[in-house]
Design a protein around this ligand. Sequence first.
Ligand code: CO
Length: 444
Amino acid sequence: MTTSGIDLSRELCSFIEASPSVFHVVANLAKALDEAGLTRLRERDAWQLRRGGSYYVTRNDSSIIAFKVGRDLPEEGYHLQMAASHPDSPTFKVKQVPELEGPGEMLRLNVEGYGGMLDASWLDRPLGVAGRVLVRRGDGRIESRLVASDRDVALIPNVAIHQRRDANKGFPYNHQVDLCPIFSAGSLRMGAFDEMVAHLAGVEASQLLGKDLYLCNRAAPRIWGWADEFVSAPKLDDLQCTFPASRAFVQSDNPTCITVFACFDTEEVGSGTRQGAMSTFLHDVLVRANAALGYAQEDYLRALAASMMVSCDNGHAVHPNHPELYDARNCGRLNGGVLVKEAASQKYTTDALGRAIFTAVCNDAGVPVQTFANRSDSAGGSTLGNKSSCQVSVLSVDIGLAQLAMHSSYETAGSQDAEYLMRALAAFFATDIRIDDAELVAFE
Ligand code: CO
């Protein structure tokens, strides 16, 4: 294990701890971009851009697109080099009327699933609440505020083995019945949840107009193992990609193309939202940047034809107790480098051209590459690359880092892999990659 790899994973752990909801992830990405000197743009404003400028824009405070305009961007025939990931992870959302009474003096929270989580991993662990609220200010305006509980406030208790003797035969949890967290044993009354949220937001409960609040596992991430090989944390899918990708972008300085880093919310629920990978967000940003830099619509379409996206979303490492669930040869391992994901269904966008370019970048950077394909009798997951491609159709490759227990509330990955991804994307941004056609790629 290298010290630099472990150090980056420690920074990843700090980022995860500071980012208990998707809104916090995007706020922390924006803060890092502010500190790096990028200019914040707003979608409702007119944009004035220049060569050599660096910008970012958010939508819904839960998706973010950052881009750097090369200082020597050609007058004619420019192109884009893009990396994308997602800031959201499976969790439970608290319903607007948040409390359920009883039995007895108990108060429970009324929650519904966000994304496809491993239910059992959410039981018997103290949980926090985080997200954003919309509040009515004294002057009448409506304002968004981030909130996060500074302590654990909820827990979904298991039924004891004595009441459910066959629990170890596998139990199908009913989300409306089995997964309601306890919030109070009797000290708090109905209305206490909103009072707590108002307190966290610094307002009165009567000022709360809307809430997007989620449960979060506040258990500290950690690097572990006698040889420091492992990192375990909530939300490694997809913050283990998002964090190093944002780092590689911040450090990038490619003078001859437009470099883009995008992070799309709602990947875990299908991306079909106004801020998701299927939305017009990326298209709108790129079209506006094209115009603001003085280019014509024709230039934008020419740029797309010469451009490439690396779609970064974690993949699976072979589970050592169940290797039979994976393809025997096209499979990932922890600390084995960047995983290139491929599917004939094109749920992963990777094809020979995208793979060839990304592999060449990694080879030049000395980053190991592994490959993933689902078992042929299993559908596997999907990700954001093919969805983004429907609005912004560019050559793309689907990659990620290999991890265990995807969509558990506490996932496990290799302590070296975040650095491999950062180095791969740094090399991708630094290399000038212009797609001339399927048979020829300018690579400098
Ligand atoms: Co993911």
